[in-house]
Structures are given as structure tokens and as C-alpha cells.
Design a protein around this ligand. Sequence first.
Ligand SMILES: [Zn+2]
Length: 206
Amino acid sequence: MGKTCDVCGNELGFLKKFKYAEGYICKECYGKASRQFTETIRSKSFAEIKALCSEERDEASFENFTVTGKIGSYMLIDDKHKRICITCNRLTSQKVSEPKFLDVKDIKKVYIGYQPRMDIHTLEQLVMEQRSEQTIDHLKVGIVLENGHQEEITLVQKPLRIKSYAFRQSFQFAKRINEEVEALINETRQANAEQAAKGEREYAEV
Ligand SMILES: [Zn+2]
């Protein structure tokens, strides 16, 4: 027990083991689990450690990302490579998260989610009128991926009156994120369809 790293199974050297709540890990895993030595891991559980270590900190993604647009502190857009980056949004999600890079081609659809449920046009109307005392408990943009996973950008997670400035502001951000991602999806699909059509023509000509 304690001779190998709980995460990767590598041998633990005498001075090269790092303690977390339930055991020990190696230096390499410690680097990941501590977010490059910026956090302590002493009180982290095995599940947390494992999750942190499995996160591919994709340095290449950071390098190859050309910021061509951004929406508040929520999202960066790379129109050149057709990618988006969901930036860490600690303020609203109240948990530390790494920026998440997504290829637009991997996105199936995007939607605005909120509670309680109502028609989006009704909500838009209420936001515009600025009179409604009704509250919305939760507002997010959901990004559904082709592989079935889903990413979420949380904008509101405590009850806010629809007429409040904070809600109206968040709603505008949600709409902009939704529109931008939708436009990117459509552009990418169109480009792919054109590419496919071109390929077919070339094939037919041979
Ligand atoms: Zn390890």
C-alpha cells in the first residue's frame, strides 16, 4: 500500500509522493491535481484527484486559438479555426473550471435554458417591457455536442426578477452566445456541404 501512485500506478519514490485526503500520488499527477502547483491537494478526495488528472490540459488549444470575438467573460470565439472557448466563469458557476475549447463541428445544437419554463418569446417580451415581478431561478446556455455530452454556460443561478437590470443583462448575454454559436454551426455546416458537393462533382467528372 502506498508504493504506487493511486492515479497512474507509477512507482512512488520516497520523497516523490504527495498526500491527498485518501492516499498518495506521484509528482506528475500532483502537477495536474494541483493545477500546476497552484492549489493544495491535502483535502481533495480520490474522485476529485482523478477528475483533475484526467482533464487534458490541452496546451495546443491555447496556442492555436485566435481570438476573433468575445462575449462578456463567458466565451471567446475563433472564427478562423471555427472554435469556441468557454472561459472560466467562476463568478456565476462558483467552481473553478479550466477554459473549455470546442470545435464548432462537434456541436450539435445550442439552446437557452431557464426555470420556470415559458415560451422564449414570452420571456423576451417580459424582459423588454421591464415590468414583470416574476422571477427566473436559473438561466444558462446549453451546448449539446455530437457525442452526446453537454457543456453549460451558467448566467443566472439564483432567483432574479425579470425586470431587474442583472437579469436583463444576463439574458442579453445568453441570447448573444446562443446566436453566435448558432451562426457558427450554420456556417460550418454550409462549408461542409459545399465541400461535399464539390467532392461529388469532382468524383463525377473523373
Ligand atoms: Zn501518478
